[in-house]
Design a protein. Structure first.
Length: 193
């Protein structure tokens, strides 16, 4: 026995243990139950931790989606606002969409750059939707600005080679193939509508 575990007894008798562990011995079944209980408590703690992490990830995902939707909406709103507040640019874009050949080279360039800005926003929203960060409804909303009018086709024929994502290219090509005209009246001069 360890020295610290003994108490002195009367002279001439063997020392008695301070603790008699024989009374606290566990049977094999009790050890199994004890170990199982410890494992169950550990498992419950792990499960609760995973539930907490799952809730946090879910909340983080919602926050990311909300921020992405807000940022995408703000970007498209900026495009519309900038274009709408510039009478000359609005006029050029409207004429370009319906008849690109009627414009000067400089006007065509200006319109192509405006459509390209819109296309980059659409491409970004397409990527964000593919990765699940942006709601498909937001991307569909942005798509309504597209039309298969001659000027947009003119733009696409010139700029298509700079787009490298085959899925995005197929998406735009499908819009043209479907004869997408959701916004065609938007680009016509008020007297022609």
């Amino acid at each position: 026995m360890a020295p610290g575990c003994l108490i002195h007894s009367e002279a001439g008798t063997d020392p008695k243990p301070l603790f008699d562990f024989r009374h606290y011995s566990y049977t094999e079944n009790q050890m199994i139950v004890k170990n199982s209980l410890v494992e169950a408590i550990g498992l419950a703690a792990v499960v609760l931790s995973l539930v907490f992490v799952g809730l946090e990830v879910n909340e983080s995902t919602r926050a990311t989606r909300s921020a992405t939707a807000a940022e995408t909406t703000a970007t498209i709103a900026e495009w519309y606002t900038a274009l709408g507040n510039d009478q000359q640019a609005s006029s050029v874009l409207r004429r370009f969409v319906t008849d690109p050949e009627s414009l000067t080279i400089d006007e065509q360039y200006q319109a192509v750059m405006n459509i390209h800005a819109l296309m980059l926003i659409l491409q970004s929203s397409f990527y964000l939707e593919e990765e699940g960060t942006l709601s498909p409804q937001i991307r569909r909303s942005i798509t309504t600005a597209m039309t298969s009018e001659p000027g947009v086709r003119f733009y696409w024929e010139q700029r298509r080679p700079i787009f490298v994502n085959e899925d995005f290219i197929a998406f735009i090509e499908q819009l043209f193939a479907d004869g997408y005209t959701h916004s065609q009246d938007f680009y016509r001069p008020p007297g022609d509508q």
